[in-house]
Design a protein around this ligand. Sequence first.
Ligand code: HEC
Length: 192
Amino acid sequence: MTTADTPPMSTPISMVVEQFSTFRSDGQFIPFSVGKDTIIFPGYDGGAEWGGKADQIQQTITHGIRFASDPDTRISEMPGFGDIITPEQITQVSAYVASLSGKVQDASLIEPGAKVFAENCVACHGANAKGNREFGAPDLTDAIWLYGSGEAAIAAQVRAPKHGVMPAWIDRLGETKVKELAVYVHSLGGGE
Ligand code: HEC
């Protein structure tokens, strides 16, 4: 992703962000009251103004992902299992993961695969394989595949994972633009 690829910032979004800045946002959560607007996002948990998940998007845009020169960048990454589990176990666990979102060639692999998954993968992807944002571990039950769907692609990822990298944008865009972008990305619907 380069600066040229960033989504165009429309004037309405700048206006919204400008309006946001007039809202109450002084740290600790303050209960709502008449006459003063308060920012609430879907997924809002009563804890913080920029709660929900927009602040996490902002954090990611600000510091990037595995961007070595930013000390606050997100860093967790999937280990390669090529030397950790056997080729047979990789086949089994790949069948199990593929079965979560559809069809599998050999259904007899699913049960042993679930066992391999429980022993090696749940720490990051979760017991229900729904992922864990703290580790940047994707949901393996949805239709979104970063590196290809199907048993072969899954096995390749397990054997020798690809890791996404995203640069930190804070120095290039500044805090206001990053905040705008976070709001914009959040508004695309992937956020909560
Ligand atoms: C230390 C945490 C961690 C463990 C353990 C882990 N993963 Fe991952 N996994 C990740 C992360 C993070 C990614 C995203 C790729 C990246 O950027 O490193 C990922 C990506 C994937 C993908 C690609 C998803 C996509 O959208 O294309 C698959 C498939 C996968 N993992 C399966 C597994 C399986 C099966 C195991 C167990 C054998 C496992 N993972 C163990 C963290 C982990």
